[in-house]
Design a protein around this ligand. Structure first.
Ligand code: CUA
Length: 356
């Protein structure tokens, strides 16, 4: 009975999927959820794809995944093969005697207890080894602090006295040691192409190593539900060549210039100073006092290709939407709607564009 149940369930699942696939190919209106999941495996160039590692840490996790996957495939084929074989070979025929019963056979019981133990041991040895390797603090690693906020990541480089947000800039082909915590609720830092996930916990420091093979851009995503705009708590990791990274550090260490005169950007600076932005946003050299709530440091805002928790690309169009009504883009955001006029928004955008 149980065998019949399992086989018929499997059969139904397969038929249901084929049926829906055929339907979908000819009539896209009827696209169903299970087929969508199936088709999602076909996506190319997925920036959050954890199966295309671009560094040694992610690669060791990937190797572990494929080892376990292929062991599971072999077991699946053997078990399903035995199942189908017994269904067809031992099916009831007229006048056939009852097959030999093996219930309670001690030798068999021991055999199919020992085999899984050996399989699990084979998987456990490299798994435990990898866990320890991932946790080790690499030598000569660049230290970066990652602080989780609802809903963006802040980065501090204690060795260089740099504070930035949303885009983590690192040198390529060098180990990075992240020291992480949260300013409010649980968050989770995840750069799928560089390593696994790690929690950001209020009042506790956690660690994660990153290492990118070569200069490139990687996507990050908060991996723990942390409130209304959790899905928009994203990030970028930009790995640069050694000389580019040095140039980036030098530039980040510069303060912003205080603008004088009557240019549109200088007007925007006045809006920044007077409209309420300074309650939360620091611009080194222009307004250094952190207010009640920590918001991204804007000193080198124009240098970052994304903003608003990396939910938006840094374009004038997106900035104007964001400044007009932040909560429309990120529900629950702590950035208030300052009821800015269109002229004020345009001036602010001009000013933000100068913060390189
Ligand atoms: Cu932070 Cu989800």
């Amino acid at each position: 009975m149980i065998t019949l149940y399992i086989v018929s369930t499997l059969f139904l699942i397969i038929v249901d999927n084929i049926n829906m696939l055929v339907k979908n190919i000819f009539k896209l209106k009827n696209l169903k959820f299970s087929s969508l999941i199936l088709l999602s495996a076909c996506i190319e160039n997925a920036p959050l794809d954890s199966l295309s590692p671009e560094g040694p840490y992610a690669r060791s996790i990937d190797e572990l995944f494929w080892l376990t996957f292929w062991i599971a495939v072999v077991i699946f084929v053997i078990v399903q093969g035995a199942l189908l074989l017994s269904v067809f070979v031992f099916k009831e025929k007229p006048d056939s005697p009852e097959p030999k019963q093996i219930h309670g056979n001690t030798k068999l019981e021991i055999l199919w207890t020992v085999i899984p133990v050996i399989i699990l041991a084979v998987i456990a040895v490299p798994t435990v080894k990898t866990i320890f390797e991932l946790a080790n603090e690499p030598e000569d690693a660049l230290k970066v602090e990652v602080i989780g906020h609802q809903w963006w990541f802040e980065y501090k480089y204690p060795d260089y006295d740099i504070t930035t947000a949303n885009v983590l800039v690192i040198p390529a082909d060098k180990p990075i040691r992240l020291e992480m915590w949260s300013n409010d609720v649980l968050h989770n830092y995840w750069v799928p192409k560089l390593n696994g996930k790690r929690y950001l916990v209020p009042g506790q420091t956690t660690y994660l190593n990153l290492h990118a093979d070569s200069p490139d851009e990687f996507w990050a995503q908060c991996g723990e539900y942390c409130g209304l705009s959790h899905s928009k708590m994203r990030g970028r990791v930009l790995s640069l060549s050694e000389s580019d990274f040095e140039a980036w550090v030098k530039n980040q260490q510069q303060n912003a210039n205080k603008l004088e005169g009557n240019s549109l950007a200088a007007e925007g600076q006045q809006v920044y100073l007077n409209a309420g932005c300074t309650q939360c946003h620091v611009i080194d050299g222009v307004w250094d006092v952190q207010g009640d709530r920590i918001a991204p440091n804007l000193t080198h805002f124009a240098n970052r290709n994304v903003f608003a928790g990396a939910a938006l690309y840094n374009t004038e169009e997106n900035l104007s939407k964001w400044l007009a009504n932040p909560a429309e883009i990120k529900p629950g955001t702590f950035m208030p709607n300052l009821e800015l006029t269109e002229a004020e928004i345009n001036a602010l955008i001009a000013y933000l564009g100068t913060l390189k």
